[in-house]
Design a protein around this ligand. Sequence first.
Ligand SMILES: Cc1cc2nc3c(=O)[nH]c(=O)nc-3n(C[C@H](O)[C@H](O)[C@H](O)COP(=O)(O)OP(=O)(O)OC[C@H]3O[C@@H](n4cnc5c(N)ncnc54)[C@H](O)[C@@H]3O)c2cc1C
Length: 284
Amino acid sequence: MVNKYIPTSTHEALDILSKHDCYILAGGSDLMVVKKNVAGALPKFDKDVLYVSHIEEMKGIYKDEKGLHIKAGTTMDEVEHSELVPTLLRKAVSELASTNIRHFATLVGNIANASPAGDTIVVDVVLDAVLKLESVEGERFVKAEDFVLGVRKIDRKPNELITEIIFPEVDYNGELWFKVGSRKADSISKVMMAGIYKICRKTLENFALVFGSVSIKPVRSHELENELKGMSFDDVLKNKKYIVEEYAKLIKPIDDQRSTAEYRLTVAKNMIGKFIDQIVKGDK
Ligand SMILES: Cc1cc2nc3c(=O)[nH]c(=O)nc-3n(C[C@H](O)[C@H](O)[C@H](O)COP(=O)(O)OP(=O)(O)OC[C@H]3O[C@@H](n4cnc5c(N)ncnc54)[C@H](O)[C@@H]3O)c2cc1C
């Protein structure tokens, strides 16, 4: 017998989490699939369930001196249509699942689910987002890049609730979002890539690149990014092959029901090549 808890405030939710081992259910678009039962029967939960998506104080998007805050109960649809949200994230969200799922699935649920194919995780990492986790003991902040530890493994203690994801101001004037799936809409990614850069007088002043679906967690290399920062367009172009091959070394794709490792690696290499071409053409 499992219990369901439907708190009316974050404070109450944290109190429940301090006393009971619970699944946290936001939109349920991942959790209900993981816990699905035979056709026609209710999902099978083996421990208590804490519902959070109806808590009013857990919804909303706002800006302050720390950056853009997206509260944990905010749906993908709200993120997609908010003018406060960076276009890179809105693009990724607009291609996630389908319109109906985006009306109840949450942005925080995507990263907390820690699927290698989680589209928005890649954008969270490239934009240096930070998760706010709260418990009765207090709050802590974890970078999105460090939060995902592996497939469905995250840096969260059982009594903690993610209450916000925070996007600090990042200096860039060009971006790219690539998602390759089996079809245009309602498609789980085979490979995806999010990139940002700042170009100033034909020099790369800032650069960040993250791949998803090609390893157990998002792939980002600060070492390579630092090598590229400050390079002139001519040098970027001269080093294109080197850059592609260095990123290819970090990519460890697998064969699964959606694609082969070989296909994923080829697509990822093509994506980097296209990204470099976009940068040196001066496109935004
Ligand atoms: C048909 C279909 C298509 C899909 N297509 C895509 C796609 O194209 N791309 C993609 O990336 N995903 C896709 N998904 C997966 C899913 O929709 C997303 O991952 C979504 O963002 C999950 O959000 P949710 O609110 O529904 O999470 P839930 O299912 O409620 O929760 C997911 C996980 O996050 C945890 N969690 C949720 N909120 C919190 C919180 N506040 N604190 C701590 N832990 C929390 C839950 O405990 C659970 O482990 C698809 C799903 C379906 C069913």
